[in-house]
Design a protein around this ligand. Structure first.
Ligand code: HEC
Length: 155
């Protein structure tokens, strides 16, 4: 029995070491200024701070990777989250969205933070400062509404 446990432990360690060779690509895609949120929307300092602190790791091409992103299998989970987050909403390519999509995303931003669905819970375990206060939620919602109204005016 002891021997089997030992063998199992060795296999586990070997497996862990082996998967370290399989790391996802962490290079951030380039940020093209004309494609960004800032290129088309007014982003006041207080809004920018919230987005940087709580959203941009998953919703921009300016991800700051934590140390554990070097360790598989966490690296895979992380890469998955970031890819999915960027696919849904990427402030670095915001200006490539149609007017209709921008309006919809502004609604979604307020909805997601009001319902406490964003930022993700798992993210908050390791990024406590990303937690939004009631003030933060209001700032984001007011901002989203103002910017959304501007798009409507553009026709
Ligand atoms: C840890 C990564 C992560 C962080 C941090 C994060 N998100 Fe997300 N977000 C995702 C993922 C993944 C999805 C897509 C699937 C889902 O809803 O889980 C998503 C989906 C969304 C959507 C839905 C888009 C749609 O049209 O349905 C919005 C809006 C959104 N996030 C806004 C935010 C905002 C605002 C913040 C900051 C306050 C934020 N997210 C922080 C990962 C993240």
């Amino acid at each position: 029995m002891k021997k089997i446990l030992k063998i199992l432990a060795v296999i586990l360690v070997l497996a862990f070491v082996t998967i370290q060779f399989y790391r996802p690509n962490r290079a951030n895609p380039p940020v093209i200024q004309a494609e960004t949120l800032e290129a088309t929307a007014a982003v006041p300092e207080n809004v920018a701070q919230i987005l940087t602190r709580s959203c941009n790791d998953c919703h921009s091409n300016k991800t700051v990777y934590p140390w554990y992103s070097n360790v598989s299998p966490f690296s895979w989970l992380l890469a998955d989250h970031i890819n999915e987050g960027r696919r849904e909403l990427n402030f670095s390519v915001w200006n490539t969205y149609t007017a209709k999509k921008k309006r919809h995303k502004y609604d979604e931003i307020c909805e997601q933070v009001t319902n406490g669905e964003m930022p993700h819970n798992q993210y908050l375990w390791l990024h406590r400062d990303a937690q939004l206060s009631a003030d933060d939620v209001k700032i984001l919602c007011d901002w989203a509404e103002t910017e959304k109204a501007k798009i409507r005016d553009e026709g």
